[in-house]
Design a protein around this ligand. Structure first.
Ligand code: BGC
Length: 441
């Protein structure tokens, strides 16, 4: 039984892998596309962030289309868009063409960023839901690592090296597209479309015959209202607080600074005067730590719960950032302690907020509003991600490393206190039990 669900989750998590790959691949191409297209610094900024505009549109699109056409079909469309984006950006001869292809890829990232975890959550038995949804985070991390490695391996392939780097994405896109033919639709979506027999068949395979009937009844009860849901329904008194939690947690996941390290580590190391030869080594250390501690989270998240993981993780992230900040203030950045604090920070993020945000975001909303609720929360995540990404180099320059990392440390503390006080624990219960709990207040 479990093997079947794991297999389905792996297929869906390929969406996460493509999300990770597509957001990270650009870093290795920058030095080559800038001269090729003759880009100024400002144009480069726009070219790199074009993906993000696609993302925001993609998340909104997925929120609606996922309800209308089903999670699986829209994920297939995302796989197709990833493929088109790979071919399009790799073959671009004009900047307009290149940006258009990157925006298409962004659309796909946006869709995958909500539908992959949501689809897994809707298929997973309650007991393993945290671990299985975290598989998607693991895939994001692996996607980032693959992008870094393949960029490194392809860098010496001549003037077209950046084209090859971008083309690589076509392979996992095809794999996702084809493998989606072999997985079932989400039982929760099927019930919403009155296809209860089909839903029962899926539940029998994922949860076992003993639980399938009861689970189906519970899902049916949550979906009795036939009218289509709208974004306005998210403002209903019982749902609004959950929407806030989703948004705030998603924003915290970004403003605690993870992508300052993920996107700018080489810049930080260069700033403190370390040679760029060690850049690859540092990338591997960062990517490897991220991977290992995501696995740790997968082992812990259903046993100890999401909340305790985030609280301990935020505490650890705060201490590591405070240490980093102190090193900058004391001008003691030449030793290996900088790397130790950075890796410690990554480890705490990967074991907590990294996967836990995605897990909680799939669990907060009632069945009929999950797609829309998640899309608002995750759009907030992408917007926060853009702001931090744009602000970080300026902060480093204007405020110095000491103050910059201190600010992020304080934000970690705020996150800790917020989660401690307001975020409900969601482990172990079915999505319907959670829905009943939240409705009861
Ligand atoms: C975050 C990404 C981040 C990645 C790093 C994800 O959960 O949403 O912004 O780059 O983790 O592992």
């Amino acid at each position: 039984m479990k093997g079947y669900v794991v297999l389905i989750s792996i297929v869906a998590a390929l969406g996460g892998l493509l999300f990770g790959f597509d957001t990270a691949v650009i870093s290795g191409t920058i030095n080559f596309i800038q001269p090729y297209f003759g880009l100024s610094e400002a144009q480069l900024g726009w070219t790199v962030s074009s993906l993000l505009f696609g993302c925001i549109a993609g998340v909104f699109f997925a929120g609606k289309a996922g309800d209308h056409y089903g999670r699986k079909k829209v994920l297939m469309l995302a796989a197709f868009l990833f493929f088109l984006s790979a071919i399009g950006s790799a073959s671009a001869h004009s900047l307009t063409w290149f940006i258009a292809a990157r925006i298409l890829g962004g659309l796909a990232v946006g869709v995958a960023s909500i539908l992959s975890p949501m689809y897994i959550a809707e298929l997973a038995p309650a007991k393993y839901r945290g671990t299985l949804v975290s598989l998607n985070q693991l895939a994001i991390v692996v996607g980032i690592l693959i992008a870094f490695f393949s960029n490194y391996l392809l860098v010496d392939t001549g003037v077209n090296n950046w084209r090859w780097m971008l083309l690589v994405m076509a392979a996992p896109a095809i794999l996702l597209f084809v493998s989606l033919f072999f997985v079932p639709e989400s039982p929760r979506w099927l019930v919403g479309r009155n296809q209860n027999d089909a839903a029962l068949k899926v539940l029998q395979k994922t949860s076992g015959s003993a639980f399938a009937e009861t689970e189906l009844k519970e899902i049916e009860q949550t979906l009795t209202r036939q009218e289509a849901s709208t974004y306005r329904d998210l403002l209903a008194p019982k749902v609004k607080p959950l929407l806030f939690i989703g948004i705030i947690l998603a924003v915290f996941q970004q403003i605690t600074g993870i992508n300052t390290i993920m996107y700018y580590a080489p810049k930080i190391f260069a700033n403190i005067g370390q040679s760029s030869d060690s850049a690859l080594l540092q990338t591997i250390a960062i990517g490897g730590t991220n991977l290992v501690f995501t696995l740790v989270a997968m082992l812990l998240i259903d046993r100890f719960g999401r909340k305790i993981l985030i609280v301990i993780g935020s505490l650890g992230m705060m201490l590591m950032l405070a240490g980093l900040s102190a090193l900058f203030f004391l001008q003691e950045t030449s030793g290996s302690l900088v790397l130790v604090f950075i890796l410690g920070y990554i480890a705490f993020f990967a074991a907590s907020l990294g996967p836990a945000l995605w897990v909680v975001a799939t669990e907060l909303f009632p069945n009929r509003l999950r797609s829309k609720g998640m899309s608002i929360a995750i759009v907030s995540l992408w917007i926060a991600c853009t702001i931090v990404t744009i602000a970080f180099p300026v902060m480093l320059e204007k405020l110095s490393g000491g103050t910059t990392f201190l600010i992020f440390a304080v934000i970690c503390l705020a996150n800790l206190l917020y989660v401690w006080r307001y975020v409900p624990e969601t482990k172990g219960k079915t999505l319907e039990e959670l829905e009943a709990d939240f409705a009861a207040g």
